[in-house]
Ligand binder design. Structure first.
Ligand SMILES: C[S@@+](CC[C@H](N)C(=O)[O-])C[C@H]1O[C@@H](n2cnc3c(N)ncnc32)[C@H](O)[C@@H]1O
Length: 393
């Protein structure tokens, strides 16, 4: 316990009173938390708390958490506390938390929410809570009247505003231009947007989702500047959705799509994808050399070779792919009948030289040791993939 407050003139309570006004909050870079639950939420976010004050006889689990976080705890009479906070109902716990505004040099993440003059504290709190909950911490206030520090917003956000990286711009156009300069794709939302949100063709760049004022929506200038203006489809009985709800839907859908795109790009850049590309390129080279010589594709030759080695084999099964077209073409060209025809045998006999040429092209510049190593590595890949399921050793 850091001490007892006995007078309303105490310096801690003076700091609390300053936080009643927006200017006071901005100048002191702090906001007020009221209630033990909200203080616990704030501790969960990892926010820095300057101090906490509780009314007499308020023994709560939050005390232990504050002590653990090395936050100074003071005690005051409930009536003094209530007066300092300006509430008529009983006040048991308050705390003062640092606001963590983002600086210009701080990097953005892959997704940002831009509030185009959204003003209602409940909506603002819901939006920030939802955004932070879905992993989006970059929140851009576009418009001078937006205030994310009031008690109602902090409360409605369950203290998530303390987790957000908040930036401020005087106008939505300034905000959108600054985000575009940073490489963001601008996705504005409107119930009358021309593109259904799920069908917007996003490029994979970071996304700035712009949501609009409760009455006037996203400003016309921003709609004109945006890369996409998307709508969440609604029944015609409804003019628009509540902005907090609409933001939740948009965040969920667009974030999920962005994550899937990133996953796909990652898979494309993976070693497995590179192996696949090497196989495709080698087969294409084989196709080219073979086709130059015999006018047959690699698949057609593979079918012939398979049936020559074992006339009872099922080539699709042996080769592990659909060879219906290749087989039909061989029959049409007279290389295959009930079995491989003499013409077909002739083609296979002439196969070795194009095969050697394709291999020489694919492995040009490889020493014989490197070829050995490659062969053994490829054997290991095949063995690994064909081993029974179970933990890898
Ligand atoms: C209540 S609406 C504003 C309605 C306003 N009359 C207008 O013309 O846009 C507030 C914000 O919620 C979002 N919103 C609401 N319904 C939407 C929908 N169906 N599709 C996309 N965004 C929507 C938009 O960001 C919109 O600016």
């Amino acid at each position: 316990m850091a001490g007892t407050i006995s007078s309303i003139k105490d310096d801690h309570l003076r700091q609390v009173r300053v936080l009643a006004s927006r200017t006071g909050r901005h100048e002191s870079g702090a906001c007020l938390l009221e209630g033990a639950t909200l203080i616990e939420h704030a501790l969960d976010t990892g926010a820095a708390l300057r101090f906490a004050i509780h009314a007499e006889a308020a023994g709560d689990p939050v005390s232990a958490r504050l002590t653990e976080a090395a936050v100074a705890i003071l005690e005051a009479r409930e009536s003094i506390l209530r007066k300092a906070v300006g509430l008529s109902r009983p006040v048991r716990w308050i705390a003062v938390a640092d606001l963590a505004e983002a600086t210009d040099d701080m990097p953005y993440g892959e997704f940002a929410v831009v509030l185009d003059n959204v003003l209602d504290p409940g909506n603002l709190g819901t939006i920030v809570r939802t955004a932070v909950g879905l992993g989006v911490v970059d929140v851009v206030c576009a418009g001078e009247d937006i205030d994310l520090t009031s008690r109602r917003v902090v409360d409605a956000s369950r203290a998530a505003v303390l987790r957000a990286r908040i930036r401020r711009f005087a106008s939505p156009v300034n905000a959108v231009e600054a985000l575009r300069a940073r490489g963001f794709e601008i996705v504005a939302t409107s119930g009358r947007g021309p593109t259904m949100q799920g069908l917007a063709q996003l490029t994979g760049r970071p996304v700035a989702l712009v949501v609009g004022n409760e009455t006037t929506g996203v400003s016309d200038d921003v709609l004109a500047l945006a890369d996409h203006v998307v709508r969440i489809p609604m029944s015609s009985d409804v003019e628009s959705l509540n902005v907090g709800v609409a933001t939740g839907i948009s965040l969920y859908e667009l974030r999920t799509r962005a994550l899937l795109t990133a996953l796909r790009d990652h898979a494309r850049a993976s070693l497995v994808a590179e192996l696949g590309e090497a196989v495709d390129a080698t087969l294409a080279e084989l196709d080219r050399t073979v086709t130059d010589t015999d006018h047959l594709t690699g698949d057609q030759l593979a079918v012939l070779v398979t049936l020559l080695a074992d006339p009872t084999a099922d080539p699709a099964r042996t080769l592990g792919r659909d060879v219906t077209d290749a087989t039909a073409e061989l029959v049409r060209a007279g290389y295959l009948d009930q079995e491989v025809t003499p013409e077909g045998r002739q083609v296979v006999a002439g196969l070795w030289s194009p095969l050697r040429r394709a291999e020489a092209t694919a492995l040009a510049g490889f020493s014989s040791e490197e070829r050995q190593v490659l062969r053994s590595l490829l054997h290991r890949v095949v063995r690994n993939c064909r081993r029974p399921a179970g933990p890898l050793t």
